[in-house]
Design a protein around this ligand. Structure first.
Ligand SMILES: *[C@@H]1O[C@H](CO)[C@@H](O)[C@H](O)[C@H]1NC(C)=O
Ligand SMILES: *[C@@H]1O[C@H](CO)[C@@H](O)[C@H](O)[C@H]1NC(C)=O
Ligand SMILES: *[C@@H]1O[C@H](CO)[C@@H](O)[C@H](O)[C@H]1NC(C)=O
Ligand SMILES: *[C@@H]1O[C@H](CO)[C@@H](O)[C@H](O)[C@H]1NC(C)=O
Ligand SMILES: *[C@@H]1O[C@H](CO)[C@@H](O)[C@H](O)[C@H]1NC(C)=O
Ligand SMILES: *[C@@H]1O[C@H](CO)[C@@H](O)[C@H](O)[C@H]1NC(C)=O
Ligand SMILES: *[C@@H]1O[C@H](CO)[C@@H](O)[C@H](O)[C@H]1NC(C)=O
Ligand SMILES: *[C@@H]1O[C@H](CO)[C@@H](O)[C@H](O)[C@H]1NC(C)=O
Ligand SMILES: *[C@@H]1O[C@H](CO)[C@@H](O)[C@H](O)[C@H]1NC(C)=O
Ligand SMILES: *[C@@H]1O[C@H](CO)[C@@H](O)[C@H](O)[C@H]1NC(C)=O
Ligand SMILES: *[C@@H]1O[C@H](CO)[C@@H](O)[C@H](O)[C@H]1NC(C)=O
Ligand SMILES: *[C@@H]1O[C@H](CO)[C@@H](O)[C@H](O)[C@H]1NC(C)=O
Length: 374
């Protein structure tokens, strides 16, 4: 029912106007100033952001009226300043955000990149925050984020589709923590048919429910993540479907990580039909020991990880990596379905713990059947 309604609303949204027709000139924000933004937002529901140079240190804050259509056209650029706010915020209800053919939202992140990401060095803006309800974001073409790219926050019933996030330059120019899609405090966010080249999570969920991540291609980052969960105001992630995605040349394939010495719930998560390729560290990872980007040494017991399904996950890990690593305290995990996992190549042996005994899943078997551990 839900997917039918979503699909219907996409059809209605995309048919209700001519994609190649621009907003009127009074409703077009262009040039190198935001001085007309407030009047455009109060008088227009069909807004065009066209060949705009956002002044250094300012935020293109699109608090749109209900039922607005916002189209990005041409090249959108940003002046350079150290700052921690977002470069763009898009907020509203029943909003359609469209990237017109040929447009580019270019963060020119190299001006901020210093290999430290959000952990230090220059103060870097985050790129785009969506705070949307009942909305569609389609066809955005985004390049070189200073740090985190899309933050989907306090949102409900949002579809993001046909998004390209190309942060490949970060590989050689010091990009770090360039997470593609991150979401928290949200419900029913669907991300589909999108392509990511970056240096951190392709998709990460800190809290929320009802999210769908399908048909996406992730290259070069840290893979698809639930977490890290724990230690925030909301520490529940549930009813998530992650299906038909490909993760290539990344640190991890798929993972779930909960923060050490925190509490929370990770429930009813499905990872299905995932292809991984040339993963450096972990193909399939579930860990309860996460602290400060690394391990606290042991997993902590404050979580429930139940009703998890891992099905049809296959591909390759580099020889220095580990195919499968599950590191959980005894008793936190229950009711897992693990079927048809074929991850090969990793030679680094690890000892797993906390796998539910009735899941019929053996970490040793996945890691070469040996009892040698590092
Ligand atoms: C999210 O989707 C679920 C299942 O379709 C639905 O029951 C729920 O009302 C939706 N939540 C919101 C906030 O729209
Ligand atoms: C949409 O706009 C283009 C260019 O203005 C025009 O050629 C085309 O006929 C329009 N299509 C519809 C369905 O109005
Ligand atoms: C603001 O809008 C007015 C009226 O449409 C226009 O004359 C002016 O050039 C605009 N300012 C900028 C910076 O685009
Ligand atoms: C905008 O939509 C929200 C959610 O449907 C509604 O609560 C609000 O009253 C609407 N605002 C206006 C100005 O119509
Ligand atoms: C949502 O906005 C579109 C315009 O983009 C409008 O045609 C439609 O009626 C709105 N839907 C609702 C439920 O208000
Ligand atoms: C995503 O792509 C699939 C396959 O091409 C298509 O069926 C589906 O409608 C697309 N989804 C959206 C939301 O556009
Ligand atoms: C899986 O995703 C790919 C894009 O990565 C798409 O081409 C294909 O149609 C999807 N398959 C299904 C069954 O939706
Ligand atoms: C589990 O999550 C799926 C989405 O992956 C949802 O369709 C289903 O209703 C959820 N089950 C329960 C019991 O909430
Ligand atoms: C766990 O967290 C509590 C406070 O939340 C703190 O007092 C305690 O020292 C922590 N324990 C460890 C082992 O980190
Ligand atoms: C695999 O990843 C390594 C970096 O970890 C890279 O040097 C190599 O080119 C990749 N292999 C392929 C086939 O892309
Ligand atoms: C696992 O979950 C299913 C569906 O909710 C339930 O029927 C079954 O009893 C659970 N099994 C265990 C061992 O908890
Ligand atoms: C456990 O896995 C083995 C090997 O994959 C399979 O042959 C067996 O049927 C499975 N047993 C159950 C209860 O799922």
């Amino acid at each position: 029912m839900r997917s039918f309604l979503l699909r219907l609303s996409i059809i209605l949204l995309t048919q209700s106007y001519n994609l190649s027709e621009s907003a009127t000139s009074e409703c077009t924000l262009t040039g190198n100033s935001l001085e007309n933004l407030t009047s455009i937002l109060t008088t227009c529901q069909e807004i065009s952001i066209a060949n705009l140079q956002v002044p250094a240190g300012e935020t293109l804050a699109l608090y749109a009226q209900n039922d607005s259509i916002i189209t990005f056209e041409g090249c959108i650029t940003f002046g350079y300043k150290e700052m921690t706010n977002f470069l763009v915020i898009i907020h509203g209800n029943n909003i359609t955000v469209i990237g017109a053919p040929g447009h580019l939202i270019d963060g020119d992140g190299a001006r901020w990149w210093d290999t430290f990401g959000s952990n230090g060095g220059r103060k870097k803006p985050r790129f785009i925050q969506f705070q949307l309800k009942n909305s569609l974001v389609k066809g955005l073409n985004v390049k070189n984020s200073p740090q985190h790219c899309f933050s989907i926050f306090e949102s409900e019933n949002v579809i993001l589709t046909d998004i390209t996030f190309d942060c490949l330059d970060g590989d050689t120019q010091g990009g770090h923590n360039t997470d593609a899609f991150g979401t928290g405090y949200s419900k029913n966010v669907t991300i589909t048919n999108s392509t990511v080249y970056n240096q951190d999570d392709c998709f990460g969920i800190n809290s929320g429910s009802g999210h769908v991540f399908t048909n996406n291609f992730c290259y070069g980052g840290h893979g698809i993540s639930i977490g890290s969960v724990g230690g925030r105001e909301n520490n529940v992630v549930e009813n998530i479907l992650i299906k038909n995605n490909t993760v290539v040349n990344s640190e991890n394939g798929i993972r779930i990580k909960t923060n050490y010495n925190t509490t929370g719930i990770v429930r009813n998560i499905t990872f299905e039909d995932i292809t991984i390729e040339n993963i450096t560290t972990y193909g399939f990872l579930v860990r309860g020991d996460y602290r400060n980007g690394g391990s606290a040494g042991k997993p902590s017991p404050g979580f429930e990880l139940s009703h998890l399904t891992f099905r049809n996950i296959h591909g390759t890990v580099q020889s220095g990596g580990t195919n499968v690593y599950i590191f959980l305290a005894d008793g936190v995990a229950s009711n897992w379905t693990v079927e048809n996992i074929k991850i090969v190549g990793g030679q680094r042996r690890v000892r797993c713990s906390g796998i539910p005994s009735d899941s019929n899943f053996s970490c040793e078997e996945q890691n070469g059947g040996t009892k040698q551990y590092l």
